[in-house]
Structures are given as structure tokens and as C-alpha cells.
Design a protein around this ligand. Structure first.
Ligand code: G4P
Length: 533
């Protein structure tokens, strides 16, 4: 095996998708604990409320104690190099959250056992599903009362339309589970009571289902219940099929508790074994690029501006797709047609930023960006000059009309709006008949509007006038006969605007209005993504 292939095989790059409070921070922290990257659990949590280092770049973050931008954490486990992409939730849910998924090879869907599938999980799931990403499900908070495991399997199927294959199964009574049974290996893991509240790794005893010692530890009743559950799963459930997992049709399911560490280690080990290594990537011309290609290539999936407000710098995060990254290398930037030096390359090992010497497919590096990179840009060896397929556009859900308070500052205002849209922080729309004095901006999360206001003032000295609009649904409008689109101008319950590529987009209050318009305008179609992507 080549050295490159060896590195690729040992890399896992994934995102955790969940609804706020399902336990993503806690699980991330425990994965770092088991990876030896932190010694006592609690550090990531501390970061959340007591900001420093990684994302300490903006007053707004410090004031709110939340992370506006996503980053990546890296650790080693059992010979694997693990890259966890952080997907911001809470109020800072934004397009960044979606775009981060473009850099992942798989996703861990974290679900609160008591709450089941929640709205944000659903949104993120569909983005993953569209990309056919393998999805691994971790049902969390098993240390307290939750829903019946069979009900949760059912819910995944009903709400997300995905079949689940439980790899492990909780043993015991709801709220007092004692351990898990691994269906693929026919082994049982019983956890010892722990007094450290999850700060230390959890001790456990393992054995097979027929082991008399294990039988005795469980007691007759629990043992019998477990055997019945397994029989039912084997009879009524799906067969395990790795191919279906790889195409996102079947989700391996795990049960555990991130807080008490119950099931965390066995989940991590199984996940590393089953999840895909860095995958080939599609290029714009329809060809596929293998990660084994010796020539370097990467794409930008996230831009973080002004990490240091004293300098107007930005950091572009890129995912390496093929070849080897060497510190100091220059690469071809397809969008500008120029060679650029990837300066000050950084990686995020546990909570520290370090300068990268070498990086491989699947790895994420952040490089200094003098303002030339955009989201989705392609970088590659000068002999490749390739371009990756376009990033999907996500329909925004919050809209506002913005204009500069002081019309003399119009230039700075426009520059700021254009740069922030290029960075992917906002989507910009133009209303027909309205000149350049105001724009409509669309965002996915409400905090993005505050970020926009803050950054325009602080970085471009432009104070904004902003009026939030009553719309929450955007659809790209398509019609064979372009004249039909004229008919939906001037609606009472909607507004027709144009995106930066001049494609028509309708903004309405709700899905019901969409149907109302569709019924009265045959020949019109509403699309969640532009027709030409
Ligand atoms: P998030 O990043 O997904 O938003 O969730 P986070 O890890 O912050 O967890 C949200 C809450 O759920 C926290 O409680 C956390 O302790 C709790 N939690 C996470 N995993 C488990 C689990 O396995 N079992 C139980 N019972 N709780 C869990 P909190 O009260 O908001 O914070 P804290 O006081 O614990 O710090």
C-alpha cells in the first residue's frame, strides 16, 4: 500500500448532527476523552460558556457565550486520525451549518432518547440524505427515562424515512439500563457504577450472551427480556447490509449516554470501523476524483472573518480531497486563475491551534485568506487545475430589507454586503424596480442578521437600516414560458426577487401561500434549489 493510501484509510471526517441540547457538546467532549486528547471531561463544555482560543473572534460571541462559527476538532484513536466537524446549533444555526456537511464523509445523528427526532435534526438529516451520506444514529441520555427503543426505531422510519439497524441494544429497564448487547458480535458489555459523573472513562465487563457469569450479573428477568428483544429484532428487523449503510439507506443505531460515558467507547470503536474513509469527490465536469490521486486538491467550505479584529484577515477552511498538503506550498486557485501560497496553515488539535506541516485527504486546514477565496472554491496542483462541483444553495428562512443609514457611506455598505455574500454569511436578493439603494438579504438563522449589522458597522463603518420582512419561505421560480413569471409579480402574499445570478425567487409567508399561488398559476414550478444546479 502506498503511504498516501495508508493515511487515507486511517482517516475519518464526520459531523455530528442534532437538535440543541441533545448532547452534542457532551458527546464531542467524551470522544476527545477517549481519544486521549483531553484528560478530564469538561473542557469543551467550559469552552462553550467561557469563550477563548478557537472562536474568540467577535464581541457578539463573547456577549452571548456561543460559537457563531463552526470549526473542526481533531484527535487520534487506535491508529485513526479523527476529524470532527462542528456544526453550530442554537441561535447560531446558519448556512455554515449546512455547508460544513459538504466537507464530511459521514454523519453521526444524535438523538435525545426522551425527545426523539427534533426539527433541527430533521433539517440536517435531509441535507445529509440528499448527499447520500452514511448516517450513524446515537440515541443519547439513556441514563434517564426515555422512549422505548422500538418506538425510536419506528420514529426514524416514519419521520425520516430511513430504516435503522440497532448495532447495540440497551439491557435493563428504562432509566436504569445496565449495559448494551452488541448484535453483530453477540457480546454483552455491562457498565460499572461510576461516581465521577462521566469525568473518567467508564469501566465495564464484557462477555458473550451465553456466558454464565454475565447471565448471573443480569438476573433471570433481564436476561429473558433481552433474549426476547433480540429475537424480535432478528425476526422483524432489517438484515445488516453495509452497502445500504454506505448509501445512507440504513442507519446503524447505537444507544448510550454521553454524560455517564455509557456506550460511548463501543460506539466510537464501531463507528471508526464502519464509517467510510475519505471518499472520492465529484468534479464539475462530471468526473470523479479519487483521494488517492497523488496531486493535491481541496475545496473551501467555510470562511471565518476577522479572527483577529486588529488585522482584516480571514481564515478559509478547506477540506483536502486528494494528494498531500505540504506547508508552504503554492496551489492553483481555479476561481481567480492564479497560483496562491497557502499561508499560515492551521489545524485544530483538541482545543489548540497548531501550524500544519503535512495534511492528507479528509483533513481540514485553515489558511490565511487575503480576501480572495469564496465558499466552494477549488484549489489544486497546477497540473490539475480542477474544479469541484458547485455547492448547493440552501433556501434562506429569514429576510430583511437593508440599506445604509447614511447614504454617503453607500460605497462601504455595498462593499460589505458583497463581501459578506461572497463569504456565504448572507444571500443577497434584488427587488425589481428598486435601485441599488436597498437590498433584500436572506439568512438561515436569525443571529446572522445581528452578525451582519455588527460586521458592517465594525468592518465597513456602515450603519444599517434594517427591516425584517414577514416571509419565511423562499423558492426558486421556474417556468418553461418565462412570461408566466411576470404574472406572479405584485402579489399581496408574496414578493418576487432575484438572486445574485438573476434567477427569480419567490418569498412567501408559509407553505400554504406557495400552494395558493401554484393553483392559480399553472405552468409555474417552485424549487428548493435553483433549476440550473
Ligand atoms: P448540545 O451541545 O447538543 O446543545 O448539548 P450539551 O452537550 O450542551 O447538553 C445539553 C444538556 O444535556 C446538558 O445539560 C448536558 O449535561 C445534558 N446531557 C448531555 N448528555 C447527556 C446524557 O447522556 N444524559 C443526561 N442525563 N444528560 C445529558 P445542562 O443541564 O444544560 O448543562 P450542565 O448543567 O450539565 O452543564
Amino acid at each position: 500500500m502506498t503511504e498516501l493510501m495508508d493515511k487515507i484509510k486511517k482517516r475519518r471526517t464526520f459531523a455530528i448532527i442534532s437538535h440543541p441540547d441533545a448532547g452534542k457538546t457532551t458527546l464531542t467532549e467524551k470522544l476527545l476523552l477517549y481519544g486521549g486528547a483531553i484528560h478530564l471531561a469538561g473542557s469543551v463544555k467550559a469552552r462553550k460558556s467561557n469563550k477563548h482560543a478557537v472562536s474568540d473572534w467577535m464581541e457578539i460571541e463573547k456577549q452571548r457565550g456561543i460559537s457563531v462559527t463552526s470549526s473542526v476538532l481533531q484527535f487520534d484513536y487506535d491508529g485513526f486520525r479523527v476529524n470532527i466537524l462542528d456544526t453550530p446549533g442554537h441561535q447560531d444555526f446558519s448556512e455554515d451549518t449546512y455547508r460544513t456537511l459538504m466537507a464530511a464523509d459521514s454523519a453521526v445523528m444524535l438523538i435525545d432518547a426522551a425527545k426523539g427526532v427534533e426539527p433541527q435534526t430533521k433539517k440536517l438529516f435531509w441535507v445529509c440524505h440528499r448527499r447520500r451520506l452514511p448516517i450513524f444514529t446515537f440515541i443519547n441520555k439513556l441514563d434517564r427515562y426515555g422512549r422505548n427503543p422500538f418506538d425510536l426505531m419506528d420514529e426514524l422510519e416514519k419521520v425520516l424515512n430511513i430504516r435503522a439497524y440497532p448495532i447495540n441494544w440497551p439491557i435493563g429497564i428504562d432509566g436504569h439500563y445496565k449495559g448494551v448487547y452488541n448484535r453483530l458480535e453477540n457480546t454483552i458489555e455491562l457498565f460499572e457504577d461510576d461516581t465521577s459523573h462521566g469525568a473518567n472513562k467508564l469501566k465495564s465487563t464484557t462477555g458473550s450472551l451465553d456466558d454464565p457469569k454475565i447471565k448471573e450479573m443480569l438476573g433471570d428477568e433481564l436476561y429473558e427480556n433481552l433474549c426476547n428483544d433480540i429475537e424480535l429484532l432478528d425476526m422483524a428487523g432489517d438484515e445488516f447490509d453495509m452497502e445500504k449503510v454506505n448509501t445512507g439507506e440504513l442507519t446503524p443505531m447505537f444507544f448510550g449516554s454521553a454524560m455517564t460515558n455509557f456506550g460511548v467507547q463501543s460506539f466510537l470503536e464501531k463507528f471508526l470501523e464502519m464509517s467510510p474513509m475519505p471518499q472520492p469527490r465529484m468534479l464539475q465536469d462530471g468526473t470523479i476524483l479519487s483521494p488517492e490521486n497523488e496531486k493535491f486538491s481541496a475545496f473551501v467550505f467555510k470562511i471565518q472573518a476577522n479572527m483577529n479584529p486588529a488585522h482584516r484577515d480571514r481564515i478559509s477552511f478547506m477540506r483536502i480531497c486528494s494528494g498531500v498538503f505540504d506547508k508552504g506550498m503554492s496551489v492553483y486557485h481555479k476561481q481567480s486563475g492564479k497560483m496562491v501560497k497557502l499561508a499560515q496553515p492551521q489545524q485544530f488539535l483538541a482545543q489548540e491551534r497548531t501550524i500544519v506541516e503535512k495534511a492528507y485527504p479528509g483533513d481540514i486546514i485553515g489558511v490565511f485568506d487575503p480576501g480572495i477565496f469564496g465558499i466552494g472554491d477549488s484549489l489544486s496542483d497546477s497540473s490539475l487545475k480542477l474544479q469541484f462541483e458547485d455547492f448547493p444553495v440552501f433556501p434562506p428562512e429569514i429576510f430583511a430589507r437593508v440599506q445604509p443609514k447614511d447614504s454617503l457611506k453607500r460605497k462601504q455598505f455595498e462593499k460589505g454586503i458583497i463581501q459578506l455574500s461572497q463569504e456565504g454569511a448572507i444571500q443577497v436578493f434584488r427587488q425589481e424596480g428598486v435601485g441599488l439603494e436597498s437590498y433584500i438579504v436572506g439568512v438561515v438563522g436569525v443571529l446572522q442578521l445581528e452578525v451582519l449589522e455588527y460586521r458592517l458597522l465594525n468592518e465597513y463603518s456602515s450603519k444599517l437600516l434594517m427591516n425584517q420582512l414577514p416571509y419565511s419561505v423562499a423558492r426558486w421560480v421556474y417556468a418553461e414560458d418565462k412570461k408566466l413569471i411576470e404574472n406572479i409579480k405584485g402579489l399581496d402574499n408574496g414578493m418576487l426577487v432575484y438572486d445574485k445570478k438573476d434567477r427569480p425567487v419567490i418569498l412567501v409567508n408559509n407553505e400554504w401561500s406557495l400552494n395558493w399561488i401554484l393553483e392559480r398559476n399553472p405552468g409555474i414550478q417552485f424549487l428548493t434549489v435553483p433549476a440550473d444546479v
